[in-house]
Write a protein that binds this ligand. Structure first.
Ligand SMILES: CC(=O)N[C@H](C=O)[C@@H](O)[C@H](O)[C@H](O)COP(=O)(O)O
Length: 247
């Protein structure tokens, strides 16, 4: 249902304001993951909520609907679809975005880069389509220029999600959050969300000290394969060091 511009601004502003300082759990599982079913992702989300998470980032209508059934917390819906000929993947069309809204998402996160989108849609058109139904938009970006363009296109928030993952930022250090990009965009007129590669409490302190408005944490909360691998790798390194000392 379309609402007036004033109603939309009020609705979006209230929701964004409620997320200041939040830790949002990204509850996603790759196609190869044993956790990749809506019911299991809903349980993961509930566990994160018990731990104090204040919202979720969720991929696809089925997973959004399952989590909406178990929690009233804000959901950033995304809709990852691979389409031949396009590099954009995270919620690349307005129809993909509206599908996760219909499933229960309160906000939409989408690829906020300047790359070409299917059906010739522009970032500004997709954002306007979501604003027409009162839904705030977080633009996932990889550079300062993209962040500025996303703000000009109407984005309510920007997220550092794609730093290091676009072909032209692949040279960036992929260990730890995108602190360099955060420093470049912290003074934008919209909230900046640090998303991706947050693994330690020191990271969290540094993100907020660096101007982050909220954080989205995925793997370190909801991907046991990667959590386990981190500990196993540390164990192997410790053993190798002990071996080197005693040899
Ligand atoms: C680059 C990209 O497509 N990132 C995706 C965005 O939805 C997810 O795969 C990440 O898990 C998410 O950004 C959270 O990051 P991390 O799992 O590092 O906390």
């Amino acid at each position: 249902m379309h609402i007036t511009q004033v109603e939309s601004e009020h609705q979006r502003g209230t929701l964004v304001a409620s997320l200041r300082g939040a830790v949002i759990a990204s509850c996603q599982a790759g196609p190869e993951s044993p956790l990749n079913t809506p019911a299991i992702l809903a349980s993961l989300a509930l566990s994160a909520e018990l731990g104090g998470a204040q919202g979720f980032r969720v991929d696809g209508p089925a997973n959004v609907a399952a989590i909406r059934q178990v929690s009233p917390l804000p959901i950033f819906g995304i809709n990852k679809v691979d389409r031949d000929g396009y590099d954009v993947r995270i919620t690349s069309t307005l129809a993909d975005a509206l599908d996760v809204v219909a499933a229960g998402a309160n906000l939409v996160a989408l690829d906020g880069t300047q790359r070409e989108r299917p059906f010739g849609e522009t970032l500004a058109q997709i954002i306007a389509g979501l604003h027409a139904v009162g839904v705030p938009v977080m633009a996932d970006i990889s550079t300062q220029a993209e962040a500025r363009a996303a703000v000009d296109a109407g984005a309510d928030m920007v997220g550092t999600t794609l730093a290091g993952y676009t072909p032209y930022t692949e040279e960036l250090d992929r260990f730890g959050p995108a602190f360099g990009l955060l420093a470049e965009i912290r003074d934008l007129p919209v909230p900046v969300v640090v998303e991706g590669r947050i693994w330690t409490t020191d990271h969290i302190a540094a993100c907020f000290a660096g101007g982050a408005y909220a954080l989205i944490i995925g793997s370190a909360i909801t991907v046991p394969e990667l959590i386990t691998r981190r500990f196993v790798t540390a164990a192997r390194q410790a053993q190798a060091q002990r071996g080197a000392v005693s040899a």
